[in-house]
Design a protein around this ligand. Structure first.
Ligand code: ADP
Ligand code: ZN
Length: 432
């Protein structure tokens, strides 16, 4: 049941001593990059003196802006001929950033992601369909090599082309898929059009869902529709990609692999640590990377450490599902709102579909919010009064939660643009 029992279940004392050793080595390597070389000289940081993980706090945070400002080679800590691959973030926010990997980096990443998917239950006899983009995005190649390492039959389907995806699933009896949650939901309609019932007509048993925030309700919808278990997978290009943190069969938070990363959670305003259990911004340091170590990286992702031991016996701590990014928080009439909050509320209302988009407008000095959401087909076929009642109910439910009265418009299933990549949840038309 363990990919690497020793690494996954070692006691905290041992884990910490490994972290200190790897941190020292990471800092020695980082010092060779132009960016950290200068930073260490200016701040008087001596890798050799590091004898506790806590000493990491002496190092300034690294941000996405730093990575962009020193694009492309400012963080490279090895000779260019040591690099065997590069990836870039999908650029959800701002310009993309680039990450370079040596052969050992790729091996380390592949192993920790193999550990993750094995933990969730993937085995050699599985057929794995990777429905993620195979470009610079890490979800394609990252998962591809990890699944091969586990020994599964890998179908490198790539993103999009929904009908063909379903055909592949049936022809080759796919048992495990890797898919963006909003795309998994989008496929509901396509299965319907093809009159294919994933529960009866496929051999699917498991999905890895990640790359974008989603609620517990959304997971449940996916699990019910496909008749599978769906495991949350978290990662970001700056930290390799997927394999940073992953759910075990207990589905009670994602183990974050502390032999590969130092984990901190900070208050994004004061930049001071928050206690376990409290929400804050996740800050990560690579411990296994030689090509491009990244130290105290501010992920902008909001989560919390889940206190206590997991029933599965793994000693690596767990983080809660990502609530959103500090930069996707909307401020409307002084109220802070996250897209996930809206999603959660919408999912609780019967008849409401899973696709939605939030549009922010400004007229004069007045901000307003429009929520467009798909609802079940029956509502459009029947009594229009029923449709109007549903609309009113959605307005009411949202208002009680976010304290703002949104305009709500109801859309037929499949009517909202659904890309094969990460879902666009917010369109802010307030900016000039
Ligand atoms: P970009 O920052 O351009 O989107 P990445 O493709 O590296 O580039 O995406 C990483 C980001 O995706 C994370 O920082 C996080 O915001 C989001 N993300 C990844 N996995 C999850 C997940 N399981 N739940 C919520 N958000 C996720
Ligand atoms: Zn566990």
């Amino acid at each position: 049941m363990y990919w690497d029992r020793e690494a996954e279940t070692m006691d905290r004392g041992k884990l910490e001593s490994i972290q200190v050793e790897r941190l020292r080595e990471t800092l020695r390597r980082a010092r060779k990059s132009p960016y950290y070389g200068k930073l260490f000289r200016d701040a008087g940081i001596e890798p050799e003196q590091v004898n506790s993980v806590d000493m990491i706090k002496a190092i300034p945070f690294t941000t996405k802006d730093d990575l962009q400002a020193h694009w492309p080679y400012g963080f490279l800590a090895v000779m260019k001929d040591e690099v065997i691959r590069m990836h870039a973030s999908s650029g959800t926010t701002g310009r993309s950033i680039v990450v370079f990997h040596t052969a050992s980096d790729i091996a380390g990443w592949t192993d920790v992601l193999a550990r993750s998917i094995y933990m969730a239950g993937m085995r050699k006899d599985d057929v794995f369909q990777n429905m993620m983009s195979y470009g610079l995005f890490t979800g394609g190649l990252g998962f591809h090599y990890a699944a091969e390492k586990v020994g599964a039959l890998v179908i490198p389907a790539g993103a999009g082309n929904s009908k063909r995806q379903i055909q592949l699933m049936r022809d080759f009896e796919t048992t495990v898929i890797h898919i963006i949650p909003s795309y998994a939901i989008h496929l509901f309609t396509v299965f319907g059009e093809l009159k294919v019932d994933p529960k009866k007509d496929t051999k699917l048993k498991m999905a890895f869902i990640g790359a974008e925030p989603h609620s517990e309700k959304m997971r449940k919808k996916i699990e019910e529709f496909y008749g599978i278990k769906a495991y949350n997978s978290y990662g970001l290009s700056e930290m390799n990609g997927p394999g940073v943190s992953f759910e075990c069969p207990a589905q009670s938070g994602m183990h974050i692999w502390e032999d590969h990363y130092v984990v901190e959670v900070i208050d994004p305003k004061t930049l001071t640590p928050v206690p376990d259990g409290e929400e804050g911004e996740l800050v990560l340091t690579t411990l296994m990377r030689e090509g491009m170590p990244v130290l105290r990286y501010r992920t902008k992702d909001l989560t919390r450490i889940i206190p206590g031991q997991c029933e599965c016996g793994r000693t690596h701590r767990r983080i809660d599902r990502i609530k959103g990014r500090t930069d996707d928080m909307m401020i409307l009439k002084g109220v802070n709102i996250f897209p996930l909050q809206i999603e959660k509320k919408l999912m609780e209302i019967p008849g409401v579909g899973t696709n939605f988009v939030i549009i922010l407008e400004r007229e004069g000095n007045e901000d307003s919010m429009v929520v467009k959401v798909e609802v079940q087909k029956e509502y459009f076929a029947g009594d229009l009064k029923q449709l109007e009642n549903l609309r009113k109910r959605i307005v009411e439910e949202l208002r009680s939660d976010i304290l703002i009265t949104p305009k709500v418009s109801l859309i037929e299933p499949g009517g909202l643009r659904s890309t094969e990549g990460k879902a666009v949840r917010v369109i802010d038309n307030r900016k000039e």
